[in-house]
Design a protein. Structure first.
Length: 353
């Protein structure tokens, strides 16, 4: 993005069209990254523009604060959103996240950003109604900044290093917050080692959210419905090309569950209770896997009793309290990882504010 420091922009339309010509957009118009505007973001964060946040050695790329700021500007962020974008970028450049895998896979993972802590209220990041939908600047632009960083700084360009076959709309923008004010459940970042007073982001390489509806007034029936959706045979986790442990007939990975509705519905249930109920129910029988030919061989009677779990451990089910808190009935979502956990794991990082 060398043109950033040398370009002289004319009127707004001309500048937007120039960004298209330079290949800087995700297909939608971007805010021209003038040097003055980028410097506002750098000053707000108090970070050196040359500071390296991480590297992608396979692509000979270094991701600097300046590159991150330029893409946050183009996404339409405000300067106060920039610390969130920085933390998300640092998280997805960690070895555990292993960005090279989800950013080049044919499966089309997007980077879901989940924000926790006081900064959610400060920036008015949506955690309630229309959770994954449009209408909130912070959600839309923070998520979009991550995608532009992937494309412009990490070279994850569709048809080049991004080998996605189908993809999903989350590859434009994919950012939510947890609703910590309407629930006494432990927030995600607290479960992952941070204090309630800290702000943090969790990044998760995943498919699109699958909406789940259950009209039941039973917590168990609701979670049975969630488990059924999380166990779909068409997911990458139902594949037999296991990574890391060839004895497993599936690619075990993480699952993120968002839970909306009234807090009264859950009574004494905790997130730990939810995970422990779901874990033994997310998966399929060996018979199911053979019937759809994920596994080869004839179906034996014992195959109906043998169960292949799609999730390694209960803690690999990330439970996020989010969605309209006063909705009638009950709705939630299931977000499946695109890769097995050994290839890419969710990462949480503190936001430096």
């Amino acid at each position: 993005m060398q043109d950033l420091v040398t370009a002289e922009w004319g009127d707004a339309v001309e500048a937007i069209e120039r960004c298209y010509e330079l290949g800087w957009t995700d297909g939608l118009p971007v805010v021209p990254p003038t040097l003055e505007r980028v410097n506002e973001f750098l000053d707000y964060a108090g970070r050196s523009p040359d500071e390296v946040l991480g590297e992608i050695p396979e692509r000979r790329r270094e991701i600097t604060v300046a590159k991150t700021a330029a893409n946050a500007v183009m996404a339409g962020c405000l300067p106060e959103y920039f610390p969130v974008v920085l933390a998300a970028t640092e998280a997805m450049l960690t070895p555990e996240f292993n960005l090279i895998a989800p950013s080049s896979s044919q499966g089309g993972a997007a980077v879901l950003v989940v924000v926790n802590g006081p900064i959610v209220r400060e920036l008015d990041i949506n955690s309630k109604n229309n959770l994954f939908g449009p209408g909130n600047r912070a959600n839309a632009t923070i998520g979009r900044a991550v995608r532009l960083i992937l494309m412009n700084a990490c070279a994850s360009i569709p048809g080049l290093f991004d080998r996605t076959v189908i993809g999903h709309p989350g590859k434009y923008t994919y950012c939510i917050a947890e609703n910590e004010t309407d629930s006494d459940w432990l927030p995600l970042h607290v479960e992952r080692g941070f204090s309630p007073e800290q702000s943090a982001v969790t990044v998760f390489a995943s498919w699109e959210p699958r909406q789940v509806r259950s009209a039941s007034h039973s917590q168990e029936v609701v979670l049975d419905t969630v488990a059924d959706v999380a166990s779909v045979l068409g997911s990458s986790l139902a594949s037999s090309d296991s990574v890391g442990d060839d004895s497993l007939p599936v690619r075990q990975g993480e699952v993120l569950i968002t839970i909306g509705g009234s807090a009264d519905f859950w009574g004494d249930w905790t997130k730990k209770d939810v995970r422990e109920y779901l874990h033994p129910r997310i998966g399929r029988s060996i018979a199911d896997l053979k019937i759809v030919r994920v596994l080869e061989g004839h179906v034996e009677p014992v195959d109906y009793q043998n169960f292949a779990s799609f999730v390694p451990e209960p803690d690999d089910i990330l439970v996020v309290r989010a969605g309209a808190p006063d909705a009638s009935g009950y709705r939630c979502s299931v977000v499946l990882s695109e890769l097995p956990k050994v290839a890419s794991a969710a990462v949480t990082r503190a936001i430096d504010v």
